[in-house]
Each structure stands twice: as C-alpha cells, then as structure tokens.
Design a protein around this ligand. Sequence first.
Ligand SMILES: C[S@@+](CC[C@H](N)C(=O)[O-])C[C@H]1O[C@@H](n2cnc3c(N)ncnc32)[C@H](O)[C@@H]1O
Length: 229
Amino acid sequence: MAKEIHNRKIKVTADGSHTFVLPDWKEHYHSVNGAISESRHVFIKNGLAQQAEGLKEYHILEVGFGTGLNALLSLEYGKKKALRLNYLGLEPYPFTLDEVKRLNYPKLVSGGIFSDVFMQMHELPFGKIAEFSKGFTFSKWQIGLDLAPLASSSFHLVYHDAFAPQFQPELWDEEAFYRLYSVLKPGGRLVTYSSKGSVKRALTACGFALKHPAGPTGKREMTVAVKNF
Ligand SMILES: C[S@@+](CC[C@H](N)C(=O)[O-])C[C@H]1O[C@@H](n2cnc3c(N)ncnc32)[C@H](O)[C@@H]1O
C-alpha cells in the first residue's frame, strides 16, 4: 500500500475543486465529477445534516482523513448550525504540508474564512487534540482502522471514505464494519459513497439498517447505514 500511495498527482475535478490521483492504481481521492460537491452531498447532506436534527454536540470519526476536505466541510456546517463537533480522523498515509498547501479547498469554502484552521488541522501532530475554532475540537491518528484503539459506542457519525473496495477490501468487509458498528452510539450512522453489493451485504450482516439515497453526480446511489437501537 505505502508504495502505491507514493507519487500522488493533483488534479482539477468538474466543480473546479482539487483532488489527488494515485497513478499506480488510477484511483482518485474524490469523484472526478466534483470533489467538494461529492463530499458535501455524501458526508454533509446525507450524514451530518441528517444526524444533526436534534442534538447540539457530535462525535465524528472519519476513516481516511486524507486531504481534510470532509473535516473542513463539517466545520463549515457546524458553524452555520451552531453545533459543537468533536472530530477524529484516521490516516495512516498522511499528505505532506507541501501537498496540502497546493489544495484549493480553503479558498473555495466559505470565502476562505477557514483557511487557517485547515492548515492547523494538517500541522497538528498526530495524537494531539486541539480546539482551533470555538466548538470544533479536532484530532487525528496516524493509524489504520484495524489497529485504532476506539472506544465502543462513542461516535454519532462515521464518515467511511476509504479507497474503493477493489483496492482496500479489508476496509469494506464484515470485520471492518463490525468494528465501526461497535464504535457508533445506538442510532448513529455510517455514511459512504459506495453502494456496491458486497458492501451492502457486509453492512447488513453486522446489524446495520440501510438506506440508499441518490448518489452525488455520476452515481445512482450511496449508502447510509444506521445502527439500530
Ligand atoms: C478515498 S481517500 C479519501 C481521503 C479523504 N477523506 C479526503 O477527502 O481527502 C481514502 C483515504 O483512506 C486512507 N487510508 C488508507 N488505509 C487506511 C486504513 N487502514 N485506515 C484508515 N484510512 C486509511 C488513505 O490514505 C486515504 O487518505
């Protein structure tokens, strides 16, 4: 894996926002139909915005922190709705600061008002916790999902944003989803862009109840998996 992650190239997607591509896998970090629009649709509109009905404080786990785009969009949404967010990103193969500085996300989100926080998230050493912006507590761990010491029933939301199942099947099987089921609070939800048959079957086998809202541009559907009470 580490070898293939080498050599990432930046690319502009259809909505003008950047993504990175892994030439060895021909796999992108986001949809080429629009990185920001995909993330807003999958993780904010069908994730945080749905789960946010009622509560004022949320614990969010992201599997695959990567460029930090989902954290940035969560911060933006949380500010708009006056939510208190506690965000933990897992990322075994982090970007360098030079790579991060090339991304146009801070400029394209809320007119740049979160640019400083975006860089601070990337600069924060792994394992430290910081409140960069009032109501937004952030931490990231340089570790894969399989080894992360996560407490059970501690998250309201999981953003499952791993590379596609054909590249990293171990992040989409029953073992991985059972782990994520157990770290979610009752009623919590896992959201992901994938609606592959094998993914649906593995999620169902772990006890999740599934919904399949329309996907982002270019995808018929996505998956919302809810942990039943
Ligand atoms: C499709 S990319 C999405 C990244 C990120 N959410 C973003 O918006 O940039 C998948 C991410 O999962 C990370 N990853 C790879 N193996 C992982 C593992 N075992 N556990 C957690 N994340 C992993 C990759 O390094 C990559 O950053």
